[in-house]
Each structure stands twice: as C-alpha cells, then as structure tokens.
Design a protein around this ligand. Structure first.
Ligand code: ZN
Length: 462
C-alpha cells in the first residue's frame, strides 16, 4: 500500500461563509446587483494569468531533484489545459513567469515564503502555483500528510462576482519516488497525482464538489466499476477510484464538462446543452428543501455496452443559488448573514442542471454524511436531516413509489422546467421560512483544517 488510508482533496476557502454547491463554488450575495450568480474569473479578461514556483516540483528526502522545474511547468500547463480544452467552455490560462513577491525568492520553500505568496494572492496581485517539493510547507502548516495539494480563491469582487486571484500548492512528496510509512511519505502514480491537482484547478476555476455515483465508495479502491468511473466527476470530494486516464477514460466526466461550460459558456454552449430545472419540496408539497443532491442521468441505451445512466450524469444541489445564512437580528452579531448567496426566497430549493441533448431521469438523494467541511457538497455544508431518495415522475406526491421514474427529453437550447420532486416522509412544514426548511445551523464556515480532521476520522480503509 503506497497511499494513505484516505486521500484528501482539500480546498482552502478564504471566503468566510461561502455558499457552495454541486456546480459553482460560490454565488453572489447582497453586494451584487445580481444575486445568486456563480463566482467566475472575468470572462472578458481571459486568459487567467498565473505564476509558478521557480524551484523543482519534487525533491526526495536526500535532496535529490526528482521532478525539475521545467518538467513541473509542463505538468501544470497540462493540468490547466484539461479545463481550457473543453470545447463548449470559454476559459483559458496563461503562464506569465515565476512567482514574483517582494523580498521573497520565487522558489517557494518555507512556510514564510508560502505566507508571503499567499499575502500577495490575498491582495490580488498574484495567482501563484507553488511546488512544495519535499512536503515541508505542508508539514510546517500543520496539514495532514495525506493532503496531495490544495487550491484556494484568495480574492473576489462581491459586486461583479469575479474571482481576482487564487493559489495552488502541489505536495511533491507524493511524486518523490519514496514510500515510507514511518515518515508518512506516500506515493502516487503520476496519473493519480495529476488527477488530484486537476481537481484542485477545478476549484481554482470556480467549481464546487459534485456527488454522482456514490456507490463507488462501496466498491474496491482503485478498481471501481468502469461505468461508474466514467460518470464519476473529477470534482467528486475524495480520490477513491482508479484515475480516469489510467482507466482509458477522458480526463473530465460529463458533470465536469457541463458545469465548466455552464459557468464559462463558449460560443457553442447554447447549441450543445439544454437545461432541466425545478424545485425540491418537503412532503407538504409547498416548502422548498435546501441541500439535497439532484442528478440528471441519461436513460440507458440498450444498444450500447455501457450503461449511460451511470456514464452520463450531471448534478447540482437544491437551493444552490440561495444563501447558506440569510441573517437574523436576534443575537446581535448576525444581522446581514452571509455575504454569499441570493436572498430571494423564490430560489430556495431550486435546482438547474445543464445537460447535453438527450433523454434523462431526475433523482434526488442525500449528500453523503461524510462529505462535510472542506469536502462538502452544497450550500449548507451539513447533511440533510431526513432520508431523501427518489426519482421524479409525472404524478409526484409524498406517497408515491420513490423508484418510479419518467423520462425527460431535452433538446439543445431547450429548458425543461417544473421537474419538481416532492420528498416522501419528511415532517410537514406549514411555513417555508421556518428554521426547519433550511435545516440550521445555517452557516458553515468552511474551515479547511477542521474538515481534514473530520475526513481522517471517517477512516475509510484501502
Ligand atoms: Zn475538492
């Protein structure tokens, strides 16, 4: 076993109280004239300009360079290219030279160097990609040795909804050719490592985690069912299955491609995608339910060997445009609530999923209870308290057969609306603004250290 028990895909969220969702990592709040819009890099200012550490990408414990800077630059470029090469998305990246921070070497080696680069990122003057060549920064920051790397958005403009700067750190210990359990020096294949960092670049670009084909977690580590892996988002919260590339699959899953395209629509987007939208309701059929995972799955084509309902699926979290904390005056410290997310009650429980033309089923399910903190999916960051698992069908009620499903056909450029699901067996609600409709506590400040501890405690084993 060369991997730690659980590999962690960690994102730093320096936005306090950021609203996140399967789909965009954050949406605009009261400071913006348009609330509930995904945070993105400015589409009018492409390419996104980044700087890179001038040191080696990986050095072994004896100090020998394993991956030099030139090879590291190519690796980073290839990982960015994975996102920029999506044909329906208008996102691009450009390397502008070594990290340039006053009084700090462009070879980021120490926690002090990291802090200086992070400070430059926070004031919006630098988007640094850092090589923690021997893991000493990771260790100095007190981060778990199972963390392969992390990304964080440093600065964003709350009124325009544009990301201004971000940072990425790659933990080179995973690529130093050394596996030593005693020193917690783990090793990954280059496919595994690149997949993990490309996931981080998805956060960097504005994507949140996505939960699809959760059943992989009960399959064999590094040997999951191929159809499940095909549909498994790169933005899935944990690295558990064999890498997509190793399995002969494209680097991105349909969910990743759909969402990067929806938030950065290219010229061909509207002729390549349609939308399915609707609301998730509690059993009363009136109160809108936040924080449930909604998945559109393509109906299986019996003429192909693949099961398209597994390979082609796209998700979002109900209420992803609404705030995780609408604010309340009673404790005196929370009048306005979160800076993120719409205050329009009409978007509570609302979902919208971009899909390539085709025929789909729509289902709702709980977010896995282990996906909390930095691994969370959706605006609340907390699991929905009631078991919710059913498909949409034409005669929805709180008393129907949850496995009954009807197909929904979507053409390119078409939006199919009112695909509303009424949950079975939830407590009745008479007032949609009652605390229960939003299942408090409302605010989860996504705190990166705490989340990693939580995940370690979850203790999935290889
Ligand atoms: Zn992540």
């Amino acid at each position: 076993m060369k991997r730690p028990a659980l590999l962690l895909l960690a994102a730093i969220f320096t936005f306090a109280g950021l609203v996140v969702a399967g789909g965009p990592i954050g949406v605009t709040g009261p400071a913006s004239p348009q609330q509930g819009v995904p945070y993105t890099w400015d589409p009018a200012a492409m390419p996104i300009r980044y700087t890179v550490d001038s040191g080696p990408m990986s050095v072994d414990p004896s100090g020998k360079v394993i991956i030099n800077n030139a090879a590291g630059l190519i690796r980073v470029k290839n990982m960015f290219d994975t996102w920029s090469s999506v044909p329906t998305a208008a996102i691009s990246f450009s390397y502008t030279g070594p990290i340039s921070v006053a009084n700090t070497s462009s070879d980021i080696k120490t926690v002090a160097d990291f802090n200086a680069a992070q400070a430059a990122c926070r004031n919006g003057t630098q988007t640094p990609i850092m090589f923690d060549a021997n893991g000493s920064i990771r260790s100095g920051l007190g981060i778990d040795p199972a963390v392969i790397g992390f990304a964080g958005i440093c600065k964003a403009d709350g009124s325009t909804g544009h990301i201004v700067s971000a940072l990425v750190l790659l933990n080179g210990e995973f690529q130093d050719g050394v596996f030593n359990q005693a020193t917690s020096n783990y090793e990954l294949t280059s496919d595994e490592f690149d997949e993990a960092i490309t996931h981080e670049l998805g956060h960097f670009s504005g994507l949140d985690h996505s939960q699809i084909n959760l059943e992989v977690l009960s399959q064999q580590v590094l040997n999951c069912n191929l159809d499940d892996v095909a549909g498994l988002p790169l933005m899935f919260p944990v690295l558990f299955c064999q890498p997509r590339v190793t399995a002969g699959l494209p680097k991105l899953a349909p969910d990743d491609i759909a969402w990067i395209s929806k938030i950065y629509p290219g010229t061909s987007y509207s002729s390549s995608y349609g939308n399915i939208n609707g609301f998730i309701y509690f059993s009363d059929g009136i109160s809108q339910a936040q924080g449930l995972n909604v998945i559109a799955r393509r109906v299986d084509d019996p003429a192909t060997p693949q099961n398209e309902s597994l390979t082609t699926a796209i998700s979002v979290v109900s209420g992803y445009q609404f705030t995780g904390n609408p604010g309340q005056p009673f404790t005196g410290d929370n009048t306005a609530g979160s800076a993120f997310g719409s205050r329009n009650p009409a978007v509570i429980g609302y979902y919208e999923i971009p899909v390539p033309p085709g025929t789909y089923t729509v289902q709702v399910e709980n977010i896995d209870s282990e996906f909390v903190g930095g691994s969370s999916v959706g605006p609340s960051g907390l699991p929905f308290m009631v078991y919710a698992n059913k498909y949409w069908h034409a005669y929805e009620s709180a008393y129907d057969d949850p496995s009954k499903k009807d197909p929904i056909t979507v053409a390119a450029g078409q939006t199919v609306s009112k695909i509303n699901i009424i949950l079975n067996g939830t407590p009745s609600r008479f007032d949609q603004f009652e605390e229960g409709a939003l299942h408090g506590p409302w605010e989860v400040i996504r705190q990166f250290w705490a989340s990693m501890t939580t995940l370690q405690d979850a203790g999935r084993t290889l």
